[in-house]
Write a protein that binds this ligand. Sequence first.
Ligand code: AMP
Ligand code: MG
Length: 347
Amino acid sequence: MQTQMWTVDKNVDNLKTYPQINEAAQKLKQKEVVAFPTETVYGLGGNAKSDDAVLKIFEAKGRPGDNPLIIHIANREQINSFVKKVPENALRLMDAFWPGPLTLILEKKEGVLSEKATAGLSTVAVRMPDHPVALALLEASCLPLAAPSANLSGKPSPTTAAHVADDLTGRIAGIVDGGPTGVGLESTVVDCTSEIPTILRPGGVTKEQLEEVVGEVSADPALKDTNQAPKSPGMKYRHYAPNSPFYLVDGNREEIQQLVTEKRNEGLKVGVMTTKENSGFYDANVVIACGERGRLETVAEALYDTLRAFNQEDLDIIFGEIFPEQGVGQAIMNRLSKASGLPIIQK
Ligand code: AMP
Ligand code: MG
């Protein structure tokens, strides 16, 4: 399959009237799948009502069929056709964070969306993205779009059109290139079907921000305890993995350097994932700074690009610094732990 590339300037007015957006929307109406930027990461969109389109998303990504997709919308009225009821807490969260990096789990009306999109669950995940290109495409296609991240399953999520092209060229109908994404991490997923809203996946909106709007918010115990089954099916899978074993280290930079030196003395090629503050300190084969520790949002923004950059190097092992689990640090550590898939080395 030939993958078409449409380049758009996200800052122009009235994007939905641009030919690039209309061509991409046309593909979506024809049940093809198209990648597009959101404020979190690039998404791979398809008509959420069509089994054919949704199947193409799963096939292109190699995504397990039991991992449901987030349904993207451009306006709230769209929800009424496929959601049973919107509880008070969910309404408040929508008012506060939509459009934005917050996905809400709500009770689903049967028979409207493709069963494959929701993996047969009685609930549905919905979000309104805060990106002019995503919103223009949603409006031009007049469809709710099922859209997971536009990467091969298991690889780091894409934050540029080039990342998408690396993974999916030849597998999808097209890519709308609207420049690099902003937040860099996927949306926060919050289950609003329980009395107390529950975070199933940490993300761009922090627990502290949610609590300011709805009071008490809980978190799926499986986020801390790996022996428990996660409430969000996708959280059980390994994600974002670099090609080499990736160890997170709870220790200071001298202790991390000691590990690096030991491995290099064994003849291994060693990488270190650090931040700007420490990047001059390490002596390793490859040292990559992922944002600034003092501004965690810059770490979030650079995270997936950094994980992909390590894949360009032929390394035997990578060591990474950890981050405090506060604010966006929770989502960063969640993604880093998934990328590693190994116990944290305690120093
Ligand atoms: P992605 O599309 O890759 O950003 O992942 C979407 C996340 O939302 C995955 O972890 C899914 O398992 C989760 N998700 C989607 N729909 C539901 C649902 N109805 N209930 C719980 N989690 C969901
Ligand atoms: Mg994903």
